[in-house]
Design a protein around this ligand. Structure first.
Ligand code: MG
Length: 164
């Protein structure tokens, strides 16, 4: 019987002026954007950590160290692609994914469908298996004061071949 495993990922990025805000691979119209060594996409980073967590392959920092010039300003979709290849090589495939974005403003309603589509394409999963929810922090803490935004992700994976 094939095994299933669950993994979680969490990420937080500082929001600053003069940077684009890219969330789940989609450019969001905002006067402040994500600071980070890569493009600062907290959703994609949390997806990567969830996949690595479910499959016991470490964490994002193990594979894509912050400060490494190879990953400076890199599109995080490339990092996700590399991660998914690793996951598949190790005999696993994602079944479904549930994303929560924590962002005070702007409202993400118009972006949620395009974000699900990017994740669906990147992960090779049916749109019905990709959930993306958005929450504010009700004005509380670093997220509420727009100093930061974040994401949490849970993913379920199934074994595609017996482990060696
Ligand atoms: Mg990150």
């Amino acid at each position: 019987m094939s095994q299933i495993r669950v993994g979680q990922g969490v990420d937080l990025h500082r929001l600053i002026e003069g940077k684009p805000l890219k969330i789940a691979g989609v450019l969001v119209d905002s006067p402040i954007g994500s600071d980070g060594h890569s493009d600062g996409d907290a959703v994609l980073h949390a997806v990567i950590d969830a996949l690595l967590g479910a499959t016991g392959l470490g964490d994002i920092g193990d594979h894509f160290p912050p400060g490494d010039p190879r990953f400076k300003d890199i599109d995080s979709l490339i990092l996700l692609e590399k991660t998914l290849a690793m996951v598949r090589e190790n005999g696993w495939a994602p079944i479904n994914i549930d994303v929560t974005v924590l962002l005070e403003t702007p409202k993400l309603s118009p972006y949620k469908q395009p974000m699900r589509e990017v994740l669906s394409n990147a992960l090779g999963m049916d749109l019905s298996c990709i959930s993306l929810k958005a929450k504010t922090a009700e004005g509380l803490g670093a997220i509420g004061s727009r100093e930061a935004y974040g994401a949490t992700v849970i993913v379920l994976v199934e074994q595609t071949r017996p482990q060696a």
